[in-house]
Design a protein around this ligand. Sequence first.
Ligand code: CDP
Ligand code: MG
Length: 145
Amino acid sequence: MEKTLVLIKPDAFSKHYSGDILKRYEQEGLRIVAMKLLKMDERLASIHYAEHIGRPYYKDLVGFMTSGPIVALVLEGEGAIAKVRRINGKTNPAEAEEGTLRKQFATASNRNAVHASDSPESANREIHIFFNETEIYDGTYTIPD
Ligand code: CDP
Ligand code: MG
């Protein structure tokens, strides 16, 4: 089973879209195996977005990501990394496909509601920025009577 890191960004969180976003992932068969609310600071943003340091949009990105609470979660499922990227849609909501979360909830490339890891390497790196092993559920899900 593959795992991926998702962030519900400050724009979506402040507009009360967190529940709708979580619901969509669950409806698509993904399982939440870790979740927390936090506020990023500049240092955490620079670790998570290390590959973007120096890009023209970096300063705005850090200002935005540190502007309010975010929800960090780990989703698990078959092909979860590609699946969540498909559900999220393209970075720029103007180009995002119908039915994607960014089409529905994002307003601009720099206010785009959600983050998801783009490869197994980044998933492994990003999950462990936000969660340690004891915070990630590793059992099987059973439905109680
Ligand atoms: O998030 P995603 O993987 O789709 O896009 P990225 O190219 O890895 O960029 C990371 C984040 O930087 C985006 O989600 C945007 O929040 C921000 N960004 C931006 O504000 N303006 C751009 N031209 C490109 C990225
Ligand atoms: Mg990316």
